[in-house]
Design a protein around this ligand. Structure first.
Ligand SMILES: NC(=O)c1ccc[n+]([C@@H]2O[C@H](COP(=O)([O-])OP(=O)(O)OC[C@H]3O[C@@H](n4cnc5c(N)ncnc54)[C@H](O)[C@@H]3O)[C@@H](O)[C@H]2O)c1
Length: 251
């Protein structure tokens, strides 16, 4: 028995075992929750299927496409009826916009990153809203580059600032239905997404050196906080961005 026993949580964004979403899914399962997985495309589906035991409910959800999001939550409704939480661990920006000058970012690159990395939370909450039981939690993933000018994080830093603002507004709206919305600002972890940032090894190394004990945060540690934040235990935490970075943001 854990604090998520009997709860059904949608986890979006597992690409492989290094994914932060996978750390979240593991922690939710450890607390007795059932994870409903969404995946971006067939390639991600294949990867996910290799990691699971075959009993889980999986559904395609490309957050760039409203019909795909609607269809995913329709299928989730048919399967589960109600859900108790959503973990949004999805982001994308063009490689060109994760290096060089911010003043060179194109309108197209800006829109793409904002669409997938920030607007998608709004679109997902729109379709998830009718399914969310009282006491549900929604969690998204952000990074310190929203507040500081981290070398090469560029476009994603701008998108994460927008995402964090969206969390505050959505949190105010959803709290009226007893649903809490929050963000985790995770420390740097070597995942597929991070490798898009130029010199990402430097970013990870710098982050590790700035932790309180020089040991980087793990996806397990991020997942544990996520499990708490989607649960009813976090009903008093509304619109927060909680650092899970082993203290990197302190220095
Ligand atoms: N890795 C880090 O250091 C770090 C730090 C802080 C925050 N984050 C954030 O954590 C979240 C998860 O990223 P990650 O680092 O685990 O990397 P990851 O590459 O494992 O996960 C990113 C996921 O986004 C999904 N995605 C991209 N475009 C999509 C689309 N159109 N539709 C549906 N899904 C789509 C990918 O399929 C993938 O599963 C992201 O929001 C990322 O910005 C990462």
């Amino acid at each position: 028995m854990g604090f998520l026993t009997g709860k059904k949580i949608v986890v979006m964004g597992v690409a492989n075992k290094r994914s932060i979403a996978w750390g979240c899914a593991q922690a939710i399962t450890e607390q007795g929750g059932e994870v409903i997985y969404t995946y971006q495309n067939d390639r991600m589906k294949k990867s996910l299927e290799k990691m699971l035991n075959g009993d889980e409910f999986l559904v395609e959800c490309d957050v760039a496409d409203d019909d795909s999001i609607k269809n995913a939550f329709d299928q989730i409704k048919d399967y589960a009826g109600q859900i108790n939480g959503v973990v949004h661990a999805v982001a994308f920006a063009d490689k060109d916009d994760l290096q060089g000058n911010v003043s060179d970012i194109s309108r197209k690159g800006y829109s793409l990153a904002q669409d997938i990395s920030s607007y998608s939370l709004i679109a997902v909450t729109h379709y998830a809203k009718p399914l969310l039981a009282e006491g549900s939690g929604i969690v998204t993933l952000t990074y310190f580059g929203s507040q500081r000018a981290v070398p090469n994080y560029n476009m994603m830093g701008i998108a994460k600032a927008s995402l964090e603002a969206a969390v505050r507004y959505l949190a105010t709206e959803f709290a009226q239905d007893q649903v809490h919305v929050n963000a985790i600002s995770a420390g740097a972890v070597k995942t597929l997404a991070v490798t898009g940032v130029k010199d990402y090894n430097k970013l990870i190394q710098l982050s590790q050196e700035r932790t309180a004990d020089e040991v980087s945060v793990t996806t397990n540690e991020i997942g544990n906080v996520c499990a708490f934040l989607v649960s009813p235990l976090a009903s008093g935490v509304i619109g927060e961005t909680i650092f899970v970075d082993k203290g990197v943001h302190l220095s």
